[in-house]
Design a protein around this ligand. Sequence first.
Ligand SMILES: Nc1ncnc2c1ncn2[C@@H]1O[C@H](COP(=O)(O)OP(=O)(O)OP(=O)(O)O)[C@@H](O)[C@H]1O
Ligand SMILES: [Mg+2]
Length: 281
Amino acid sequence: MTDAASPAPAVSLELRDIVQEYPAADGQGVNRVVDGLSLNFDRPGINMLLGPSGCGKSTVLRMMGGVRPIGVTTPTSGEVLLDGQPCHGAHDDAVMVFQRYANRPDLNVRENVAFPFRLALWRKRVPVAEARERVDRLLEAVGLADKQALLPSQLSGGQNQRVALARALVLEPRILLMDEPFGALDAQTREEMQRLLVELYNRRPCLVVFVTHDVTEALVLGDRVIVMSSSPAGIADDFSIAEPRPRSATWQRTTEKTRLEERVLSHLHQAGARGQVRVTL
Ligand SMILES: Nc1ncnc2c1ncn2[C@@H]1O[C@H](COP(=O)(O)OP(=O)(O)OP(=O)(O)O)[C@@H](O)[C@H]1O
Ligand SMILES: [Mg+2]
């Protein structure tokens, strides 16, 4: 990462005809959660993924990162292709950020951000001096340079999420997978984090897939918005937004924005997501 914007890396990620079945809760047979889902991402961009609770968003996101739940074949059938090549299991092109930021409570802010470099794989790839420089730059970029000696318990929720974001970006990933990362934050902190994400993205674009329940968040951040249906999951809608970021308060009051909001809400309501959807007024 450099202070000037880095060129966007070439990247392609495809889910082809994905089926996912889980063992049914009663132990009898299987529950088909995803049934023949295909999705293609062929360039860096911020892609927002919405859908009713339990429709399979986290399942699909984990699949993109090659993360497999214990004891479950993922996907049951179909293929995940990275740069056109079938991808089996975890790969190091993607990093994930979750709502529960997964910071180590016994490590301070700096140690948490630098944590990936404890792994042999990343120690081998990134020389010590460069790793240190990346950590410095990320701490600065997320506004925590003066808090690097503090423990996670001494930080707010927003600051903890900044640590998690910095830890993900220190690896300079081509793919950033975010599962409701700002879902637990208050409205003002969420907006700050959205601005921060756009700022970091502009400095170093990558392929972002971002799961949210917040329709406003999807429309404010997304180059592309994908709405999933449920039982089993499919694609209910998939559209692009050309409006450049940051999307002003004026744009947010335009009929274009209102129409897109209604379009997403109508799909979500059809899928029975009424109570789980958030719109920021
Ligand atoms: N390891 C697992 N074993 C069995 N069932 C699972 C497993 N993981 C997920 N499921 C089931 O698959 C369905 C989809 O789960 P998933 O977590 O992908 O949904 P989601 O869209 O992310 O939901 P939310 O919006 O609430 O986070 C749910 O019914 C869930 O219970
Ligand atoms: Mg989920």
